[in-house]
Ligand binder design. Structure first.
Ligand code: NAP
Length: 234
């Protein structure tokens, strides 16, 4: 049985990915940072394991992989957002956004690769954002970090293809999770208005694309950015 590790799987999109991959027959490692109870409950429901690690901390990530064992499929999902004018964004804000979203991807992929390269098989799916494609006003740090993940996806797809590893990116639109709970009803309504499908996305919408990219049906797909945004970024 293959093992999938989903970072930030205690809630939202990561939790939906963990459910979907477990339904596909994989052993799932549910990574979390703060939401221990939720992660443990989910892992026990899925017959998997919940492991704590702040993805921005390379030591914590390596320790998590030492406990998780060999990981065949990695979903780089853990992320944080921030809304601020660029002129108000401190260097500490900037580093915080990059440390979880981008350094986290580096730490997770570095820890996962030795086994994948040894097996000459692996699947990596990185969760970016439509803002990494389009850029969002008052989210410059987040947009830059999510754009960095797209560059990383394309570069790694080329570097790791010969090792039998595919690397793809999913760019969600506005998804109904805690990440958007501070948006006002007016803002949400206007975002829905800009979405051709005319609704918020569900975490399961994203998880479906992730499951597909991790499956044998996607064996010849690598280096791609799949938008799951109801048409927002078209
Ligand atoms: P969410 O509901 O806020 O959940 C975030 C998840 O990331 C939680 O499980 C949280 O774990 C985990 N996390 C945060 N910091 C972490 C850290 N340092 N180490 C380990 N885990 C950490 O967010 P979401 O909406 O599901 O977002 C998931 C991903 O999709 C993110 O990368 C986000 O940028 C991206 N995305 C979301 C949307 C959207 O509209 N929601 C759109 C585009 C892209 P704990 O609770 O355990 O701390």
């Amino acid at each position: 049985m293959k093992t999938a590790l989903v970072s930030g799987a205690s809630r939202g999109i990561g939790a939906a990915c963990a459910v979907s991959l477990a339904t596909d027959g994989l052993r799932v490692v549910v990574n979390y940072n703060k939401s221990r109870e939720k992660a443990e409950k989910l892992a026990s429901r899925l017959g998997g394991v919940a492991l704590m690690a702040d993805v921005s901390d390379p030591v914590a990530v390596n320790n998590m992989f030492a406990v998780a064992g060999n990981v065949d499929i990695l979903v780089v999902n853990a992320g944080i957002a921030m809304q601020k004018l660029f002129t108000d964004t401190t260097f500490a804000d900037w580093r915080r956004i990059f440390s979880v979203n981008v350094d986290g991807a580096y730490n997770l992929i570095h820890a996962a690769l030795p086994h994948m390269i040894h097996e000459k098989w692996g699947r990596i799916v990185i969760i970016s954002s439509m803002w990494g494609i389009r850029g969002a006003s008052c989210e410059a740090a987040y947009s830059a970090a999510k754009a960095a993940l797209i560059g990383l996806t394309k570069a790694l797809a080329k570097e790791l293809g010969p090792s039998g590893i595919t690397v793809n990116c999913v760019a969600p639109g506005v998804i109904d999770t805690d990440m958007n709970c501070s948006l006002t009803p007016d803002t949400l309504a206007s975002l829905i208005d800009d979405t051709p499908i005319m609704r918020l996305g569900a975490p399961e919408d994203v998880a479906g694309a992730v499951s597909f990219l991790c499956s044998d049906r996607a064996a010849f797909i690598t280096g791609q950015v799949i938008s799951v945004d109801g048409g927002f970024a078209v």
